[in-house]
Design a protein around this ligand. Structure first.
Ligand SMILES: Cc1cc2nc3c(=O)[nH]c(=O)nc-3n(C[C@H](O)[C@H](O)[C@H](O)COP(=O)(O)OP(=O)(O)OC[C@H]3O[C@@H](n4cnc5c(N)ncnc54)[C@H](O)[C@@H]3O)c2cc1C
Length: 512
């Protein structure tokens, strides 16, 4: 019988969540015969693989050590986007004056306890989709426990041995823990604990200025915390297009987030006043006292517990499981999907990878390649940032000559009428080419059937919703090739590519 999992606070919403995704008293099935597919890890990738295989009539086992739904449902997309929704409402109300709407000075504030209760309520409601019972009803044998290989064709869970024809490793990642002396003793939050908060830390330090750090720093600042963000690089979101990242950086500063760029925390100590952080910033040293520290400095793949040596699967502790373009590991029976093996660590990327593996692992004949798939991504700050393919900065770093086409959103009527004209649509093409035949290092990057280019797009108008987020990539891809569809849901979004089209001497960006 599985051990009981506790998610704090133990209110009715978290009890509902646990009842769905790690039911107390769950009895694991007794394996009989060889499984067609054993899936280890029940996050976005594992759930899609298991459900898809069961739908095809395969004999499937799904193993999860903690909560079905993985990061996305429990500690990632769902709680963070629910929190950000409340923070966005605050941001909109604070800007309402620009639209002639009177909101009394200082009257807009978040009720943190209510905001967090909503986060838990939303997560509990969504958890029904990922519930153990639902998967069991669909014909999947759900095992709660830690899966580890004991042979190239056998996995052990909770004392039982499961033989398989094919297996999928979908064990995801966990937060990277920075080695700052005193941090462990002082205690800190990660994405696995921050959504359990019920009271707002009035002073919050965020370590890490990547997507998760920026999204949560802005949300907490809007909800009333005084946030200081440490980032070891010279600018936030340093992997994104620099022009777009700069707009996000300016927005955070404008809203009062204190940015300590190129700063390095060197010691943390718990004192009577709070958690004291000593840091260096260039040649200077500084000190700050906060109530809580949120660490978002990257991810580590979950590979150590899998006993991959027994399965003859190659891996390393940084990149995770090594896979080829067919998502096959060094053991031809074993595949991997999602964050544990992919550079693109997004829900929709894990989802599409699982669909590729279903084809490659369960069907004879032509195999599907990951590199043939376009993987966009979005960052849900305000303004949002959405991007696909190589950025202008990366092209420069790699010495690829490019032409860059820009459409400032202030040139768009609808952006002006909405008062949301801070942003830009950017198209980056290989110099002198009407299309870019080479994609990102991860594979060819495609934007519409006749245009292989790269673009980044940043605006208040929620471009992320347009083509990334939780949507399945196969849908996104289909929508792209159909000519927009969900890709461009709003008037301003639809207008931007049209304007870009008129600027760029090339085939239509989005064919219609
Ligand atoms: C704060 C935050 C916000 C995010 N926001 C977004 C977003 O807005 N949009 C987006 O696309 N992506 C977002 N992501 C990323 C997204 O959550 C991940 O890309 C996605 O969850 C990856 O899915 P996965 O199946 O690869 O792994 P996971 O979701 O991590 O699932 C892996 C599962 O495997 C289990 N497991 C591990 N080892 C074992 C074992 N040995 N035996 C059994 N089970 C095991 C784990 O318990 C876990 O449940 C966010 C992530 C975070 C942290």
């Amino acid at each position: 019988m599985s051990r009981t999992v506790r998610i704090l606070p133990e209110d009715r919403w978290n009890q509902e969540l646990v009842a769905n995704v790690h039911p107390p008293g769950w009895e694991n099935p007794t394996p009989s015969g060889r499984y067609n597919l054993v899936v280890i890890g029940a996050g976005s990738g594992g759930l899609v693989a298991a459900m898809g295989a069961a739908g095809l009539g395969a004999k499937v086992a799904l193993i999860e050590r903690h909560l079905l739904g993985g990061d996305c449902l429990n500690y990632g997309c769902v709680p963070s986007k629910s929190l950000i929704r409340s923070a966005r409402a605050i941001g909109e109300l604070r800007r309402a004056k620009q639209l002639g709407v009177v909101v009394a000075e200082g009257s807009v504030r978040g009720d943190f306890a209510a905001v967090m209760e909503r986060v838990r309520r939303v997560r509990a409601a969504i958890s029904h989709h990922d519930s153990a019972e639902r998967f069991q009803r669909a014909g999947v044998d759900v095992y709660l426990g830690t899966g580890r290989f004991v042979a190239p064709d056998m996995v052990e869970v909770d004392g039982q041995r499961l033989r398989f024809s094919r297996a999928v490793i979908a064990t995801g990642t966990r937060p990277r823990r920075p080695e700052v002396p005193g941090l462990e003793e002082a205690g800190y939050l990660t994405n696995e604990t921050v959504f359990s908060l019920t009271g707002l830390p009035s002073r919050l330090a965020v370590f890490g200025g990547g997507p998760i750090g920026c999204e949560l720093a802005q949300a907490f600042q809007r909800l009333g915390a005084q946030v200081v963000l440490f980032h070891r690089h010279g600018r936030l979101l340093n992997r994104e297009d620099s022009e777009a990242a700069e707009l996000v950086q300016r927005a955070l500063e404008r809203e009062g987030v204190r940015l300590l760029l190129t700063a390095q925390p060197v010691r943390v100590e718990k004192t009577a006043e709070g958690k004291r952080i000593d840091y260096t910033l260039g040649a200077r040293v500084g000190r700050i006292v906060v109530d809580e520290i949120l660490v978002a400095v990257g991810r580590r793949p979950n590979v150590e517990e899998l006993n991959l040596e027994a399965a003859r699967v190659c891996y390393d502790l940084e990149r995770g499981v090594h896979v080829n373009d067919f998502l096959q590991t060094t053991n031809r029976r074993v595949y991997a999907v999602g964050d544990v093996c992919m550079r693109e660590r997004f829900t929709h990327a894990a989802d599409v990878a699982a669909r590729i593996v279903l084809q490659n692992a369960l069907f004879p004949g032509p195999k599907r390649r990951l590199s043939r798939v376009l993987i966009p991504h979005a960052i849900y700050t305000d303004p949002e940032l959405a991007q696909v393919g190589l950025t202008e900065d990366r092209a420069q770093e790699e010495g690829i000559p490019v032409d860059v086409y820009r459409v400032p959103l202030e040139d768009l009527d609808r952006a002006q009428t909405d008062g949301e004209s801070e942003g830009v649509l950017k198209v980056v093409l290989k110099r002198g080419h009407r299309s870019n035949p080479r994609g990102d290092a991860g594979g060819p990057s495609r934007w519409g059937p006749d245009c292989r280019g790269h673009r980044s797009h940043l605006s208040r108008d929620r471009p992320g919703e347009a083509f990334a987020g939780r949507s399945s990539l196969s849908n996104a891809e289909r929508d792209l090739s159909k000519g927009g569809g969900r890709l461009q849901p709003s008037a301003s979004d639809a207008a931007a590519p049209a304007m870009a089209r008129s600027l760029v001497p090339m085939d239509p960006l989005i064919s219609s």
